[in-house]
Ligand binder design. Structure first.
Ligand code: UT7
Length: 311
């Protein structure tokens, strides 16, 4: 039995904060932000729009694309570091709102790599035959833990949610290989201190430019393919320079990498599933494509997956 992605969805709040807006908040410039990160604007959730509200909208779209309803779900996994509250979890809130009466529900905390941890957790349940349909959502409202006086971090982040439904697929499709990892010794470089995000950008950058290319190559090789066989690369959208390092290491052309960091900034756990959902909707991802998802984040954590697209 193989586990694959059979539906995707995404949601980003309406309110746009451009680099010009950021210039009015902290001592920064559009030029600095664009050249150092690739970000042009980000979306910010309304005060009364919380992580579960964004997650719900992305989830509804993914269920529709998968042609199932909440009642068909066996498990809901929500990757987030900004839940509405510690408990009840975001996944439990969705269990109710989606009418997922037979689903178990839990949140996963692995920062920006959370969606990758979710996909691999879902794969185990599906491939053992324990569960049929698992909904995985990456959703974060980083704006509520952003220090809006710290130019080192506040220009980087945005809010949003992305979702995927996983289920059994045919033998030649679905997840082919994966890699998950953690290095707690690097946790101090990216953490929530008191109320806000603290980041040692240079250290995280060094880790990421090494990890993303390495993990991408590992999963492709583990799947029995060559680097140039990759049809579509979906890296965590943190910084275009880090993403480019992964693309160049695989040696694939520019149009084979998902880029939306310019529109949304770094949306944490939501970044990979938003890019995945957009790739499906824009026909960038087609049946039988070899797709690589790769992410890294606070913890430190990382994860990568190689999969053959389709049911
Ligand atoms: O999901 C994972 C989350 N984190 C990441 O992926 C972040 C990884 N790191 C990065 O993306 C980059 O390190 C940054 C974009 C954060 C910074 O880029 P950098 O090229 O590594 O810049 P830097 O840290 O070397 O700083 C260069 C200068 C510094 O000034 P001095 O000390 O050289 O005088 C900063 O103070 O840029 C300054 N700076 C800014 N200037 C204008 C830092 N933030 C800003 C800003 N506007 N917003």
């Amino acid at each position: 039995m193989k586990a694959g992605i059979i539906g995707t969805g995404h949601y980003a709040p309406e309110k746009v904060l451009t680099n010009a807006d950021m210039e009015k908040i902290v001592d920064t410039s559009d030029e600095w932000i664009r050249t150092r990160t690739g970000i042009e604007e980000r979306r910010i959730a309304h005060d009364n729009e919380d992580t579960s509200d964004m997650a719900f909208k992305a989830a509804e779209q993914a269920l529709e694309e998968a042609e199932i309803t909440g009642e068909d779900l066996d498990l809901i996994l929500v990757a987030t570091v900004t839940p509405d509250q510690p408990f009840p979890t975001v996944s439990c809130k969705l269990q109710e709102r989606l009418g997922a009466t037979k689903a178990a529900a839990m949140d996963i905390s692995a920062a920006c790599a959370g969606f990758m941890y979710g996909v691999i957790t879902a794969k185990q349940f599906i491939e053992t035959g324990a569960y049929q349909h698992v909904l995985i959502i990456g959703a974060d409202k980083l704006s509520k833990i952003t220090d809006w006086t710290d130019r080192n971090t506040c220009v980087l982040f945005g809010d949003g949610a992305g979702a995927a439904v996983m289920g059994p697929v045919s033998e030649d499709k679905g997840v082919l290989s994966f890699e998950l990892g953690a290095d707690g010794s690097g946790g101090k470089h990216l953490e929530q201190n008191d109320d806000y995000i603290f980041m040692n950008g240079r250290e995280v950058f060094k880790f990421a430019v090494r990890q993303m290319p390495e993990s991408s190559v590992h999963v492709v090789e583990k799947a029995g393919y060559a680097k140039e066989d990759v049809d579509y690369l979906i890296p965590h959208q943190a910084n275009i320079r880090i993403m480019e390092a992964a693309r160049q290491r695989l040696g694939i052309e520019e149009d084979r990498m998902a880029v939306n960091v310019n529109k949304y900034g770094n949306t944490s756990a939501a970044s990979i599933p938003i890019a995945l959902s957009e790739g499906v909707k824009n026909d960038k991802i087609k049946d039988n494509d070899l797709v690589v998802l790769v992410g890294f984040g606070g913890g430190l954590t990382w994860g990568a997956v190689a999969l053959k697209w389709g049911k």
